[in-house]
Design a protein around this ligand. Structure first.
Ligand code: NAD
Ligand code: ZN
Length: 347
């Protein structure tokens, strides 16, 4: 299954299928003399040797970083540059990000800056990374904020082997599927119907290929029109204003990104219903999330603190919170909401 993404810098192919990792060479857009594969500890245990064996090039190197969000920092970034120099990578070399969004973001940012930019390829191994691997945003965190240091840098290709997704734990599956549900709500009623009928305990490859392809097409379609997020790319933040605020208040670990985005989407759905008297399937979504084990009960947090965090968001304009709401499935819209109204929903 092949989809093309037309990024501003250059178009790139997205391959989605089974067992692609065993034939990685077949999907490279060029013949690279040297390749550095970056992955994290869990992913490298499972899949690094498969990918190495699937590359026919002579100079293939690898580097493994600790798993988790705390690796998305300036030290890892610097270590990756050191590794690239030690391996003798030049401007004609390739860096492959084999992993989830963390590996993709820090590796992509390394590729964007190493010798002013060399090719990189995303090999996503999480469902959530369907989102991070297209759209060209690469970044590391600063201690004062997430994704504070970064760039827009499109990959040369995305190679998505759905067979790697079966080793994900339930929380990571929920995290990725929340983001797919978001894309469905933004743009695709059929995808929505398909997702809402699903049981996340029984993944199947054909469904995964279908869902990830759709999700990527929706994201790519939005990003192609508005790469720099001046307009409709903002719609991709559905559920994220509250989701990000909760993420920074709860820390990383107990809750995944998507689980908090799911709570953020329920919140946006409620506000949408009240503001547009829209017929939205709030109950259906709530039930589906609950049945699939999404934690929907928030720990006790002071609503004023949540509100303050929401205002801290990079995307907040002059202290006014602008939320992505829905007039219906496939009809996203932006609305400025005042503090009092917001507080009644988070309390
Ligand atoms: P992640 O990369 O930390 O992966 C989650 C966990 O799953 C890790 O512990 C990892 O080791 C493990 N894992 C990965 N693949 C596995 C596999 N196949 N089998 C078993 N375990 C596996 O996190 P994520 O959820 O993929 O991505 C989150 C990151 O993505 C965040 O840093 C977020 O900011 C970023 N992100 C970026 C964009 C973007 O546009 N660049 C978009 C969305 C999210
Ligand atoms: Zn997200």
């Amino acid at each position: 299954n092949e989809t093309q993404v037309n990024a501003a810098a250059h178009p790139y192919p997205v391959y989605i299928g089974e067992n692609l990792r065993h034939h990685t060479s077949d999907y490279l857009p060029k013949d690279y003399a040297s390749i550095l594969i970056v992955s994290d500890e869990s992913v490298s245990n499972y899949y690094l040797s498969d990918v190495m064996a699937g590359l026919s090039q002579e100079n293939v190197f690898s580097h493994t970083i600790p798993a988790g969000e705390q690796s998305k920092n300036i030290n890892t970034f610097y270590q990756l540059h050191t590794k690239a120099i030690e391996c003798g990578l030049d401007r004609k070399s390739l860096i492959i990000a084999l992993g989830g969004g963390v590996v993709g973001d820090v590796t992509g940012f390394t590729a964007a800056t190493y010798m002013r930019g060399i090719d990189f390829i995303q090999m996503p191994t999480t469902i959530l990374a369907h989102d991070s691997s297209v759209g060209g945003k690469v970044a590391i965190n600063h201690e004062h904020g997430k994704n504070m240091i970064g760039n827009f840098y499109a990959p040369a290709a995305v190679i998505y082997d759905v067979q790697t997704l079966y080793t994900l734990n339930a929380k990571e599956i929920r995290s990725g599927y929340a983001e797919l549900l978001k894309e469905a709500l933004l743009a695709d009623k059929n995808l929505y119907e398909d997702l809402i009928a699903m049981d996340l305990n029984s993944l199947d490859s054909q469904k995964l290929i279908q869902h990830l392809t759709k999700g990527i097409e929706i994201k790519a379609g939005i990003v192609e029109v508005d790469e720099q997020e001046a307009g409709i790319r903002k719609h991709l933040n559905l559920g994220h204003t509250l989701g990000h605020a909760l993420e920074s208040l709860l820390g990383y670990g107990a809750w995944t990104h998507g689980e908090l985005v799911a709570i953020g989407m329920l919140f946006a759905l409620k506000i949408s219903e009240d503001n547009y008297s829209a017929e939205l399937p709030f109950e259906e979504i709530y039930t589906w999330l609950r049945n699939n084990g999404y934690p929907l009960q928030l720990p006790n947090i002071d609503p004023e603190m949540i509100l303050a965090k929401m205002k801290n968001d990079k995307k907040t304009l002059n202290q006014k919170i602008q939320l992505v709401l829905l007039r219906g499935i496939g009809q996203p819209t932006l609305l400025e909401i005042n503090d009092e109204q917001l507080l009644t929903y988070i309390s």
